[in-house]
Design a protein around this ligand. Structure first.
Ligand code: SAM
Length: 509
């Protein structure tokens, strides 16, 4: 699945070109959707507005507001129709079928023996949804393209537009089988993020992502939708439907390396769930001209088939896909450790200046894995603990702390090594205590619910939060152990040297 993390900041908003400002009054009547489009969409509008009636209260909105398309993935609702439509549309016979599964609720299961190293799937390009796909309402697509809307917001709008055309969209069977509410942190309210993810840095990432999606929608609304209300009526193109379509993109869009990194929704392929135990990923196969993946293990009939969504931490998987792998099963797992300069540091200003010069701030996060921490983190720690006498080295340390510079990162300052390691250990332990507090309190946490539906949702969110906090804390526990051992070695080495020195002194006396 696509690298969702970078998308909004790097490709969305900055790429927006100024629209050609067609005001509604200057808007040509020729641009109106055809009569059949209008009537089909009217049906969709009615359904859309009915579904949101009475859902304006803050407390119920995220939990109960539903989108008038898609289905509940825990049933196989619409899966059969999807498989039939896919084969009618050119999907060749497959060795897998959509079934209910233990991991990921719905997934692809082997129908026959599958060998290791077999090329599976084969979805032809005619079944991909890309930024070049034909729109049921061609005018709407033209307006977005004329305004230079980048791929992600374009695809998000496309999905809503096609969904609103219901049966008359060519993607109707596909859209009907998509989750009505993707499992995404986009659906968590701010209060839920604050309550459940207080200890984890993923909270900040989720807030940033929600703000990016909201900003993107507002930008589209201001620049384009409001100029063409007939093409983009607010009853259909609103924050709620955008949250849905971005949730779908975050959890299903694939980046195809062999197609120059193009992004696409690939029906059928997007029914595959993730396993941390496989390395194989979806890609376009130039020789057979379709999306495939090569199995890296055999499967027997009835077994669920998996791919890898990429080398992602548990936090990143939660952020985009809404699940947390079982504790200890993800070898790529990492946790963001926050480090900060002490305001009381005599050289605070100089250090901040050095960091700023290299694109860093006084508080920085670095990824820590069970196998260790990056050299940049160690460089930051050197800077944080270095005394005023080392001010000639601040720039070198800040440069090495930045992953943006190409300068040497593996710097060593034995004279302040112990302080630097102690500084990392302190940060690590303060983070551990935040996680432990949350995990301890989660047992007796007031879920503040008024209905069984809300209770289920809150219990689910709480479980995800406990899972992510437990897996992140586990990495920090490992780092704490390594740091304590290193410090013990340094200190016992110093003690030995001191004893040796004392011995020599006595001898010479
Ligand atoms: C690309 S879709 C895969 C198909 C999906 N299960 C469905 O029924 O539509 C990605 C979504 O599947 C679910 N999923 C994938 N791998 C999972 C896993 N290892 N554990 C739990 N859920 C998983 C998550 O809800 C994720 O957002």
């Amino acid at each position: 699945m696509a690298e969702a993390s970078r998308i909004l900041h790097t490709t969305l908003i900055p790429n927006f070109s100024t629209p050609s400002h067609k005001t509604p009054s200057s808007y040509s009547p020729r641009s109106h959707p055809t009569a059949s489009h209008s009537s089909r969409r009217t049906t969709a509008l009615v359904r859309c507005s009915i579904s949101t009636v009475g859902d304006t209260s803050r407390t119920t909105s995220a939990a109960t507001r539903t989108i008038p398309w898609g289905c509940d993935v825990d049933s196989l609702e619409n899966a059969e129709a999807l498989q039939k439509w896919l084969s009618d549309s050119g999907l060749p016979p497959q060795k897998m079928a959509i079934e209910r599964v233990d991991v990921g609720e719905r997934g692809l299961v082997a129908l026959k023996n599958i060998r290791k190293g077999e090329k599976l799937l084969f979805v032809p390009p005619s079944l991909f949804i890309t930024a070049d796909s034909d729109w049921s309402c061609a005018e709407a697509g033209e307006v977005l393209k004329r305004n230079g809307v980048p791929d992600w917001p374009l695809l998000a709008t496309y999905l809503i537009s096609e969904a609103s055309f219901m049966k008359s969209s060519r993607w109707s069977s596909y859209i009907s089988a998509l989750p009505r509410q993707p499992y995404s942190l986009l659906y968590w309210t701010r209060a839920e993020l604050d309550k459940y993810l207080e200890a984890s840095q993923i909270r900040e990432r989720a807030i940033e992502r929600i703000n990016d999606v909201t900003g993107t929608y507002n930008d589209l609304r201001l620049r384009i939708f409001s100029q063409y209300p007939d093409l983009f009526p607010e009853e259909v193109f609103n924050m709620e439907t955008f949250k849905w379509s971005f949730g779908i993109l975050f959890s299903r869009l694939v980046r195809l390396p062999s197609m120059d990194g193009r992004v696409a929704l690939v029906p059928w392929a997007d029914m595959l769930n993730h396993s941390c135990e496989v390395e194989t990923f979806l890609d376009y196969d130039k020789s057979s001209k379709g999306v495939v993946f090569t199995t890296d293990r055999p499967y027997q009939p009835g077994e669920q088939v998996f791919i890898s969504y990429g080398k992602k931490s548990n936090g990143e998987l939660l952020l985009s896909y809404g699940f947390v792998p079982k504790e200890g099963t993800n070898p790529r797992d990492s946790v963001q450790l926050a480090l900060s300069l002490q305001k009381s540091d005599k050289c605070y200003k100089e250090k901040v200046e050095a960091l700023r010069k290299h694109g860093l701030s006084p508080s920085q996060c670095y990824p820590v894995q069970v196998t260790g921490w990056p050299l940049e983190l160690m460089a930051y720690a050197y800077l944080a603990v270095s005394p005023p006498s080392m001010n000639g080295k601040f720039d070198e340390m800040a440069a090495a702390a930045s992953n943006k510079t190409t300068s040497k990162k593996d710097i060593r300052f034995p004279e302040i090594e112990e302080e630097a390691l102690q500084f990392i250990l302190d940060s690590c332990e303060s983070s551990i205590s935040k996680y432990s507090r949350f995990i301890q309190q989660s047992g007796s946490m007031d879920l503040d619910v008024t209905s069984p539906k809300q209770l289920n949702r809150k219990l689910f969110l709480k479980q995800l939060a406990v899972d992510i906090c437990t897996s992140e804390r586990r990495i920090l526990f490992r780092s704490q152990y390594i740091l304590r051992r290193k410090l013990r070695d340094i200190r016992s080495g110093e003690l030995r040297a001191l004893n040796l020195f004392d011995g020599f002194r006595k001898l010479f006396k």
